[in-house]
Design a binder for this molecule. Structure first.
Ligand SMILES: Cc1cc2nc3c(=O)[nH]c(=O)nc-3n(C[C@H](O)[C@H](O)[C@H](O)COP(=O)(O)OP(=O)(O)OC[C@H]3O[C@@H](n4cnc5c(N)ncnc54)[C@H](O)[C@@H]3O)c2cc1C
Length: 448
């Protein structure tokens, strides 16, 4: 029987980060087990963006820590995972939203996201972001008011935009490269990988003793870490734990933006207003007549977003106009209308998108699962039996939070001092009746 100090189930970004931080904390015999190749499931599907701009103070603190850790890794590796700091740009054409935008931004700024600077058309002391790299970027956020000022810096945006909020400690990176860097560094410190399915966890006298693998191999280990991503619940059951999570399917489309509707140096662009999709009169009445398609003429929610990807003309397009609760599967059915709907939605913010309506570029469509708790906070900490831990439920923020989640998990396992935000993410938070009550009216989770 093989012996390890810890077994981690799942080699997504969370599992590899947990392995890295445990190895860094001095643990030497760590086994990372995954039935799929490392970083090939949800962690391969993301938009790869990050931000510290969160309305929940515990999430904001976690992301600030994660970005500190990513900055240090980028520094030491020569930015092997190509992290940029272009920011997130939230755009509105609705004058009546400006006060609300100011108030929400002011509150996030005060929670520790950095200063809020407000620029009117006259005082344009706004510092644009560098397209590449992460150095010398301002913290906090800039609120730009007035279309002239907005289009001076973002000429591809609609003439209707009246305010944009540019969150600055934000941008994107290569999630594969970050994950591979963490995995390689872990391997150099002794982390081993097995391509296997975890099928059982042995517990005796309330303590973890080992893990059973699909091949029949048994592994002895006093520590078991459930980092199974969308299968967190299923793997939790192996240890008798019922995890309060659900999974949602989220899609993403990629097209070639040959016309340059999105500036190649753009930040992540998010349309903050609800809208009805642009159809011509004939299309609209045909869609409205058919009960199967009339929903396409109704109001769509805010949040359609896009960003340029890579050195060519690719852009990513995302829009959660439908919430799809679904059990995780390898190859979920795709909504073939998604790319056209996202593209039409983006036209509200990026007028040149209209030029694609008659000749839509051929899209690539993929998707993955957000694994979520009710309040969209992750689960990181002890899990039932002594020696069992969970790290996951990282929803649509698993790439950006992976480093801080891995570090927090390692602190739980090794008994190191825990950061202030630790209790907000531990499973035991649900034991508190006050917390459970708060969940009934939990506000905006800030999730895209
Ligand atoms: C469309 C989309 C866009 C996104 N955009 C962003 C973004 O911009 N920024 C961001 O931060 N996050 C984003 N995310 C979220 C992010 O991708 C996830 O939160 C993150 O990848 C989850 O990582 P994970 O390690 O928990 O899960 P996974 O990557 O799914 O890894 C879990 C692993 O566990 C393995 N496993 C499960 N059960 C077993 C078992 N019994 N035995 C062995 N192995 C097992 C699986 O094979 C899998 O490899 C996005 C997600 C989607 C779907």
């Amino acid at each position: 029987m093989k012996q390890y100090d810890a077994v981690i189930c799942g080699a997504g970004i969370v599992g590899v980060s947990a392995a890295h931080f445990l190895a860094k904390a001095g643990m030497r015999h760590i086994l990372l087990v995954d039935e799929r190749p490392p970083l090939s499931f949800t962690s391969d599907r993301s938009t790869e963006c990050y931000r510290n701009w969160w309305p929940d103070p515990a999430m904001l603190a976690l992301m600030n820590r994660s970005i500190d850790l990513m900055d240090a890794l980028a520094e030491e590796s020569g930015n092997v995972f190509r992290m940029n700091r272009r920011g997130y740009l939230y755009v509105t054409a609705d004058e009546s939203k400006i006060d609300e935008m100011k108030a929400a931004s002011d509150s996030i700024s005060k929670l520790g996201a950095g200063p809020l600077r407000i620029h009117s058309a006259e005082a344009a002391d706004y510092q644009p972001s560098h397209p590449e790299g992460f150095h010398n970027a301002p913290a906090g956020a800039d609120l730009l008011l007035g279309n002239d000022l907005i289009r001076k810096h973002f000429p591809y945006l609609t003439e209707k935009a009246v305010a944009v909020l540019h969150a600055r400690r934000a941008g994107w990176l290569s999630a594969q490269q970050l994950g591979m860097y963490l995995l390689e560094r872990g391997r150099r410190l002794g982390v081993q990988f097995e391509a296997e399915k975890v099928t059982g966890v042995d517990v005796e006298g309330g303590r973890v003793r080992g893990v059973r693998l699909g091949s029949g191999v048994q592994v002895e280990s006093p520590i078991f870490i459930n980092a199974a991503g969308p299968f967190l619940k299923e793997v939790g059951k192996l240890i008798g734990a019922e995890l309060p999570i659900h999974t949602e399917l989220h899609l993403k489309a990629v097209i070639k933006d040959a016309l340059g509707a999105v500036g190649r140096d753009a930040p992540l662009l998010i349309w903050n207003d609800s809208q009805t999709l642009p159809w011509d009169d004939e299309e609209r009445s045909a869609l409205a007549e058919d009960p199967e398609t009339c929903w396409l003429t109704e109001t769509f929610p805010p949040g359609v977003h896009t960003r340029p990807e890579g050195g060519g003309t690719d852009i990513l397009m995302l829009w959660e106009y439908h919430m799809r609760l679904m059990e995780p599967v390898d190859a979920p059915a795709m909504d073939e209308q998604y790319p056209e709907i996202a593209l039409r939605g983006l036209a509200a913010m990026l007028p040149r998108m209209k030029e694609y309506f008659d000749r839509m570029p051929r899209p690539q469509l993929d998707g993955g699962f957000y694994t979520k708790t009710r309040e969209n906070r992750p689960l990181v900490g002890p899990l039932g039996a002594q020696g069992a831990f969970v790290a996951g439920a990282v929803s649509g923020y698993g790439i950006m939070s992976a480093c801080a989640v891995g570090e927090l998990l390692a602190a739980h396992v090794t008994g190191a001092v825990l950061p202030e935000y630790a209790p907000a993410f531990s499973l035991s938070r649900y034991d508190d009746p006050e917390y459970r009550k708060k969940l009934e009216n939990w506000g905006d989770s800030g999730q895209l």
